[in-house]
Design a protein around this ligand. Sequence first.
Ligand code: B12
Length: 249
Amino acid sequence: MDLTREVKKRVLDEGIDLVGITPVDRFKDAPEGRRPTDILPTANCVIASAIHVLDSVYDLPHTRYEYTNQFFVLNSILNNTAFKVSRYLELQGYRTIPIPAAYPRINKLICGVFSHRHAAVQAGLGEIALNNMLTTTRFGSRVRLVTIITEAPLKPDSPYSDKICEEVRDKCRLFCIKNCPVQAISENGKVNKTKCLFYQEQIMPWSAAELRCGICISNCPIGKPEWKITSGSRSQKVMELKKNWTGSQ
Ligand code: B12
């Protein structure tokens, strides 16, 4: 049995869209404490996976509660998949640790214990674009991620090397930077995490169901689908309704 093929099949069978593998030595430039071997010293490989978020929920800001709900639904699929594949690899005799999709988030530093985005680049899934998101050729930035760290000796994929974000800048006119509601992204793609977090969790919500912003992803042209019916009317309608719910825009 080819273990690499079996692992990828198990990931994809759970409804995940993209999967890739990187050996741990590609993390030598990661800061200390953020390498896979800091979490599992005997690790050999890292399995990076991405699931496509529904494109229809990116009619933002009008679709924020639908978009936020994707956060919960997809984290659950990602974490369940990572658990099942980790259990399978454990049964083969390899220690395996799934890194949760979203948490823990270290409060003081506003960062995770391990970067899914960097792992996904090394495993060939996509690039880190100007909006700071892992951006794939097929689905753009409209993906959520999870990572598994394992002792299993799996066959690696090549790291991602395309620069699609640079290629589309004439078309997008830096929408992700210019339309951030709190100007949290600078021209070189550096994100002011405090501003971004404060906006999402303190300023923005008109209900507890809206804790995610997503504007920096919403108009990225990479992998954006062509709809049969052009958008516009739906957004206006929702805006009108929301005025009544919140008393404002
Ligand atoms: C903390 C966090 C946040 C913070 C900080 C965001 C940020 N830009 O770092 C806040 C709350 C602001 C936030 C906001 C958002 N987030 Co968030 N967030 C996370 C979380 C939990 C950790 C990310 C992290 O550690 N950042 C800090 C590190 C990477 O940044 P840094 O300290 O500057 O890191 C440097 C070094 O550490 C080094 N480094 C670190 N590891 C490695 C490895 C290698 C090999 C190398 C070379 C270097 C290196 O590189 C960095 C640059 O110098 C991840 C889940 C996860 N565990 O990965 C989700 C995650 C990044 N978030 C995600 C999303 C979708 C968002 C939002 C769009 C909100 C939303 N859910 O709708 C916004 C987007 C904001 C933006 N444009 O960046 C997704 C991104 C999916 C994607 N396609 O990329 C993730 C991966 C969650 C998931 N499971 O899918 N988030």
